[in-house]
Structures are given as structure tokens and as C-alpha cells.
Design a protein around this ligand. Structure first.
Ligand code: FAD
Ligand code: SF4
Ligand code: SF4
Length: 487
């Protein structure tokens, strides 16, 4: 075992410096500084180089974490970057926004033995940021061009990772997105205090440099700019990577009052303002939490993004209302901790009963909850305690209750496109192909609302299968070149 490693006994765990809560709520900048080279080296050297690295097992991309930690500890950063980029299309993004505590770091062996996990995410970010600064990150240029083309519907992480992998193989790649900016939820969902938007722009520029054609403001569907059938005629294969966008709603008295907003509308407006756009609904105050009492319903990662955005917009008070307790919160523990530091108040074991107000909401009436017996999934069932109602003052209510897929077969006028009972697109687990020949699917639209790292994994897996499909259909003259490209 090299001497550079196994330092977890003598070196304590350190994260990069976190800006003080008071300072970070005054802007939308990322909350963590970056590791400097010395700290990155030292923190990497804490890894015990496990024979069975559970960090890697629990990373959806199976990143070769122990090896790139060792290379970082030895200051062999270019090799560390090559290794890290070999399995992850966007390591600097995952390093920042993966819920590490549930994935790689949460399963680190030295964490399990009480020494504190290796700070894997921060090292991953450090490696790739160093690679960008040193000019080691290159556009995914192909070694040779192939004639066949693919159309990718959706420019989120699933579509982008597939595009990158297919372009490297030489295919002509076109991404179609209904938004004016490519990036999906990386741009319009996730706030910039978690992921600075310049990082997404930097990646998109590399994809464009590689010859990937981006069709912005292009909605695919019967009511859109290009029909699905037309897209199938244009390309040899299609990838559906449209994400899930139908916000779950709540049916309660008063839900139609003004200033009760879906979470994503609120976050998109905030992200657009941060990007310099003029957003009428923000300027007229509707989507701005400044000086308001804000109540956010839900407790997942989207809810945490809403409460923390409201805190930064200068809300008078921010309350997160959740019907279970802290132990049962679905989101990342880390995000909850940051929200608490930033002054967000959590009202647990409380369920909304009605929205009160005269045209505009002024309060949420909620009832206290008792967690009853566990249901079939093992989670305790929330039961309302009679006569326990109370009001929470609210000038703005944000509903962060999760997302379902849109009706894709109807949107694409493709009744043959089979969906599951949850409305997600059915894709063969092995071939990633849907019920329609040459049409593949990846990301949240297959999996349901999930994580960026899973979208990347799905995009890469779909790209592998699309390449196989295209190779099998390639004209004989190109077959050899194509076979090499796929290998
Ligand atoms: P998306 O990112 O949703 O991209 C789909 C794209 O398809 C969009 O750009 C959309 O405009 C486009 N599109 C849809 N329909 C059409 C059409 N008909 N025509 C043309 N274009 C279309 N995950 C994490 O790992 N960490 C986090 O911190 C995190 N925070 C999140 C915060 C919020 C508020 C939300 C909502 C999600 C968060 N997630 C997070 C989840 C993560 O963003 C998603 O799992 C991931 O983006 C899914 O990738 P995707 O490519 O499948 O879809
Ligand atoms: Fe951890 Fe995510 Fe990086 Fe995998 S991609 S090593 S889970 S931070
Ligand atoms: Fe290193 Fe932890 Fe992974 Fe083991 S589980 S290889 S100690 S990072």
C-alpha cells in the first residue's frame, strides 16, 4: 500500500470552507469555496483504498473513486482527471450537487467505522476544475464522421450525456429543447447557490464546439414547433429525454387564491432573473418573496431549493410545512441543515387543511399530525389530530409536492409509445428502446423524478444501445468505420 494513503487515522475530515449563513443569504453565489491543492491532496490521502470500495458501488456511475483519490493524493491530477472523466460526463456538476450523503460518501467505509467520510464530491469538483483551468478538458470531437444522425428531445443531463457519447463516436447529433437555454433542470430548476449557471454554459459551449447542433426554443409535439413523426423522419434514431414536469397539486379549500404557486414556476422565474432576463411576474412582485411570509409545502429537495431561494430574496419569514417528522424527510439531510442555518423554520408533523384569504392568500390553516402504524412500505401513516388546527401567516405559498410525467403519447401523437401506470415512458431495460422502433428513452421520463447522476448514467447507457442499433442498420460501405466507432 503506498504511503500516500490511509491517513484517515491521523487526518480529520475537512470539507471546503462554507460561507457563513448570514453572508450567503445576501446573494445567489455557491455556498462552498473550492479545495486548494494542498487540502485536496491531504483529504484524498485519507482514503483507505478498500478492496471492495463501497463508495464506488454506491455511485450510480461506478466512478473509479479509490484510484482518482490516490492520483490526487500523489498530485497526478491530469491522470486523476482522465480517470474521473472516463465514467462521468459532468464530474464538476455531480461533485457539487449529488446527494453525497446518500450515495458515495454515505457508504464510505471509514465513515462507517466512525472516522468521517472521505470528501469525495469536493475532490471530484477540485479535479475537474483544475482540468478546466489547465486546459485538459476538450470538446467531445469524433475521430471520424458517420452519416447517421440522432435526434435528442430534451437538453437536460440525460440528453446531454447521450449527445456527448454519441458525438464522440461520430454520429450527427441534434438536441431539441423547448427552452431558450439548453441544460434542463441544471439551468432552470437547480438554483445557482447549488450550481453556478456558468458551469452549465461552459459544458454546452464544448458540445457546440464538437459539432452537436442545438435547436433551442423548439417544442416537439402535436402543438409544438416540430412533430414527433417529422423528427423520426429526420433522424435514424431518437432519444426521448424530456424529464418530468407535471406538478402534483393539492385539492384544498382556497387553493385557487392568488399567490399560491407551483415550485418550478417560482424557481424558473428566480433562475431567469439570476441569468439577467426580465421576468414580468417577478417584477410585479408575484414571484418575488421579498418582505413576504412564505410557506413552502413539501420537504424534498425542490422544497429545500424554494425555502432557500425565498430566504435569499429577502422574505420576512420562511416556513416549511411537512406532515411527517425530520427522520422521514425525503430530501438530503445536508440541504435541510443548510436551510436551517439560513433561518428557515420547519413546522413538522403538520398538514395543510385550507388556504385562507380574500382573493389573495393570507394564511395556511394546518392540522397537527400523529404518525400511526406503518403501511406496506414501512412508513408510518400520518393521521390528523382532531381539533389541532392552527394558522400560519402566508403572503406567498409554494407547492413543492413533486412531479409526474406529462402525457407523452398524447403530446407526441404516438399512441404506440407505451407508458407505465405512472405515465413514465416504458423502455426495455436492456436495449433502452421504447415500444417504437428506433426510439429510445432516458432520464427522469423513464425513471420518474430522480437525480442528475442517474440521468447521466441513463443517457450513457442509452447512447451505448443507440450506437448498437445504428451500427446494425449502417450502410455496408460504412460498416467497418461504424463498428470501430462503436467499439
Ligand atoms: P431534465 O433536466 O428535466 O431535462 C429535460 C429537458 O427536456 C428540459 O430542458 C425540457 O425543456 C425538455 N423538454 C421536455 N419536453 C420537451 C418537448 N416536448 N420538446 C422539447 N423539449 C422538451 N438532482 C440532483 O442530483 N441534485 C440536486 O441538487 C437536484 N436538485 C433539484 C432541484 C429541483 C428544483 C428539481 C426540480 C430537480 C432537482 N434534481 C436534483 C433532479 C434533477 O434535476 C433531475 O433528476 C435531472 O435534471 C433529470 O434530467 P433529465 O435530463 O431526465 O431531465
Ligand atoms: Fe459521488 Fe456523485 Fe461523484 Fe458518484 S458522481 S462519486 S455519487 S459525487
Ligand atoms: Fe476510500 Fe471510502 Fe471508497 Fe474505501 S469507501 S475506497 S475509504 S473513499
Amino acid at each position: 500500500m503506498p504511503q500516500s494513503m490511509l491517513k484517515f487515522v491521523s487526518l480529520t475530515r475537512q470539507t471546503p470552507d462554507r460561507r457563513p449563513a448570514g453572508e450567503r443569504t445576501s446573494d445567489f453565489a455557491e455556498i462552498y469555496q473550492r479545495f486548494d491543492p494542498d487540502r485536496a491532496e491531504k483529504q484524498s490521502s485519507r482514503c483507505s483504498q478498500c478492496g471492495i470500495p463501497f463508495c464506488q458501488v454506491h455511485c450510480p456511475l461506478h466512478n473509479n473513486i479509490p484510484d482518482w483519490l490516490k492520483l490526487t493524493a500523489e498530485n497526478r491530477l491530469e491522470e486523476a482527471y482522465e480517470l474521473s472523466a472516463a465514467t462521468n460526463t459532468f464530474p464538476e456538476i455531480c461533485g457539487r450537487i449529488c446527494p453525497h450523503d446518500r450515495l458515495c460518501e454515505g457508504n464510505c467505509v471509514i465513515e462507517q467505522s466512525g472516522h468521517g467520510t472521505v470528501t469525495i464530491g469536493a475532490v471530484e469538483t477540485f479535479i475537474t476544475e483544475t482540468a478546466f483551468a489547465e486546459g485538459w478538458v476538450k470538446a467531445p470531437l469524433p475521430a471520424r464522421e458517420l452519416d447517421q444522425s440522432v435526434g435528442i428531445i430534451g437538453g437536460g443531463p440525460a440528453g446531454l450525456s447521450a449527445a456527448d457519447a454519441l458525438r464522440r463516436r461520430g454520429y450527427q447529433v441534434h438536441i431539441y429543447d423547448r427552452h431558450d437555454r439548453i441544460g434542463g433542470l441544471l439551468v432552470y430548476g437547480i438554483p445557482s447557490f447549488k450550481l453556478d449557471k456558468s458551469l452549465v454554459r461552459r459544458r454546452i459551449a464544448l458540445l457546440e464546439e464538437a459539432g452537436i447542433v442545438l435547436h433551442r426554443n423548439t417544442d416537439i409535439g402535436v402543438d409544438g414547433d416540430v412533430t414527433f413523426d417529422e423528427l423520426r423522419r429526420r433522424h435514424d434514431a431518437i432519444l426521448i429525454a424530456t424529464g418530468v414536469y407535471k406538478a402534483r397539486d393539492i385539492k384544498l379549500p382556497g387553493v385557487g387564491l392568488a399567490n399560491i404557486l407551483p415550485a418550478l414556476d417560482y424557481l424558473i422565474a428566480s433562475n431567469r432573473v439570476g441569468l439577467g432576463d426580465t421576468v414580468a411576474a417577478f417584477q410585479d412582485g408575484t414571484m418575488n418573496a421579498a418582505d413576504k411570509n412564505v410557506v413552502v409545502l413539501g420537504a424534498g429537495d425542490t422544497a429545500m431549493d424554494c425555502v432557500r431561494t425565498a430566504a435569499r430574496q429577502g422574505a420576512k419569514s420562511v416556513t416549511c410545512l411537512y406532515r411527517r417528522d425530520k427522520a422521514n424527510m425525503p430530501g438530503s439531510r445536508r440541504e435541510v441543515e443548510y436551510a436551517e442555518e439560513e433561518g428557515v423554520h420547519f413546522t413538522m408533523l403538520a398538514q395543510p387543511e385550507a388556504f385562507i384569504g380574500d382573493e389573495v392568500v393570507s394564511a395556511v390553516r394546518a392540522g397537527r399530525i400523529h404518525l400511526g402504524v406503518a403501511d406496506a412500505t414501512g412508513r408510518q401513516t400520518p393521521e390528523m389530530i382532531e381539533g389541532s388546527s392552527f394558522n400560519v401567516e402566508a403572503d406567498l405559498v409554494i407547492k413543492a409536492l413533486g412531479f409526474d410525467p406529462e402525457d407523452i403519447p398524447q403530446m407526441f401523437d404516438a399512441p404506440g409509445l407505451a407508458v407505465t401506470r405512472w405515465g413514465t415512458v416504458k423502455a426495455n431495460f436492456r436495449t433502452r428502446m421504447t415500444e417504437l422502433d428506433g426510439v429510445f428513452a432516458a432520464g427522469d421520463i423513464v425513471r420518474g423524478a430522480s437525480l442528475v447522476v442517474w440521468a447521466i448514467r441513463d443517457g450513457l447507457d442509452a447512447a451505448d444501445q443507440m450506437a448498437r442499433y445504428l451500427q446494425a442498420r449502417a450502410a455496408p460501405a460504412n460498416a467497418n468505420a461504424k463498428r470501430e466507432a462503436v467499439a
